[in-house]
Design a protein around this ligand. Structure first.
Ligand code: ZN
Ligand code: ZN
Length: 370
């Protein structure tokens, strides 16, 4: 009986059991953020390391240190920054305003909207990110999956500023003398930035050229530590990685405390940050883009250590082209092709991941029936 059951019905039964217990996620909603906590648990992140203790906190909770989380939400635009507008800003209470701020944060970052400090939300908050504040007002509406998938997710700075130059537009950039990092060669840094600028110039009619005349450069790039005079001090390892100013300011600052790398093969640090990914993201700000809610987009605000994310996605391209128009040589069809292959590879990764617990369930079930 057992032999007959194992041979014929067991696989069917296990498949049914597994398909009932294993939810199906669309490719774009893989909850990969939870892994961030594990990946960073042994990386010293002085800034936001303690936020794991807030997991599962919700309205009505009172957890020591919650005021630090309120400061985080204030600094990225989710809570009023003055006590006049938010009287509980310095205490540890989880009040209605904090709940609203978390709902805004979850909506803007494309997370499940729960209003609670669930593990996805805490992981995202602890993930290293860009220092430019988000614009919660530009968050897509939540609660309607169809609407979200067809809504624009890119955003602009207030007033929608952009560079205005005679056509064809060329913007010059220069590296700030005495504000470079020693462990990367100038050639490597220049190559990375040239590639990052070229990704944007491939989609809009704007050229970028490096200049030796630093004072005259439109865009000024440098690595700085802590307080560096612009009112936006850097915070040490991880936390905030870099920031750039909206048009036509041109300042682009990177936190010198990070372990910047141009090649993960040669840099083993668990907190290594890919310079090209951050450069590509910050150039988006220099051009006038704000943060996007699309996780795959270059303009999404956070970036995990040892992650490379340099290819512009449809959301990035549509956003920047709405400001500058399209490069005549750019073809949407090639971008669509690459996005489709990206989604397919994500989908195949999902199905590979789905297969492992299936085989695990099968083995466990067989062991139980022996
Ligand atoms: Zn940013
Ligand atoms: Zn700065």
């Amino acid at each position: 009986m057992l032999g007959f059951f194992s041979d014929y019905y067991l696989p069917i039964f296990v498949v049914l059991l597994f398909s009932l217990s294993h939810p199906c996620f669309p490719a774009r909603n893989i909850p990969d953020q939870v892994t961030v906590i594990t990946a960073e648990s042994d990386v010293h992140n002085a800034t936001w390391h303690d936020f794991t203790r807030f997991i599962d906190a919700e309205k009505g909770s009172h957890v020591n240190g919650m005021s630090e989380l309120k400061k985080y939400l204030q600094s990225f635009g989710y809570l009023p920054s003055t006590t006049a507008n938010y009287t509980n800003s310095t205490d540890d209470s989880f009040d209605t305003q904090l709940e609203s701020a978390i709902i805004l944060y979850q909506t803007k970052l494309g997370l499940p909207v729960t209003g609670k400090l669930d593990s996805y939300t805490i992981s995202n908050i602890m993930s290293p990110r860009c220092g430019v504040a988000d614009d919660p007002a530009s968050a897509p509406p939540h609660g309607n999956a169809t609407l979200i998938s067809t809504t624009r997710h890119y955003a602009y700075f207030y007033g929608k500023p952009r560079w205005v130059r005679t056509s064809p537009m060329t913007l010059s950039y220069a590296f700030t003398p005495n504000a470079m990092i020693k462990y990367l060669t100038p050639t490597d840094v220049r190559t990375v930035f040239r590639r990052a600028f070229s990704r944007w110039s491939a989609v809009i009619p704007v050229n970028f050229t490096e200049t030796g005349e630093y004072l005259m450069a439109d865009i000024k790039i440098g690595f700085y530590r802590g307080d560096h005079g612009d009112g936006e001090p850097f915070d040490g390892v991880l936390g905030v990685l870099a920031h750039a100013f909206s048009p036509e300011n041109g300042r682009f600052h990177l936190d010198a405390a990070e372990t910047w790398t141009v090649d993960f093969k040669g840099e083993k640090s668990k907190s290594a940050i890919d310079l090209e990914s951050v450069a590509t993201h910050e150039i988006g700000h220099l051009l006038g883009l704000g943060h996007s809610s699309v996780k795959e987009a270059v303009m999404y605000p956070s970036l995990s250590p040892r992650t490379k994310k340099v290819d512009l996605k449809m959301d990035d391209v549509e956003g920047v082209q709405a400001l500058y128009g399209s490069n005549p040589n750019f073809k949407f069809s090639s971008l669509l092709e690459s996005e489709n292959s990206y989604n397919q590879s994500l989908s195949s990764t999902t199905s590979k991941l789905s297969n492992s617990p299936f085989f695990f369930s099968l083995i466990v079930f067989i062991l139980l029936t022996i």
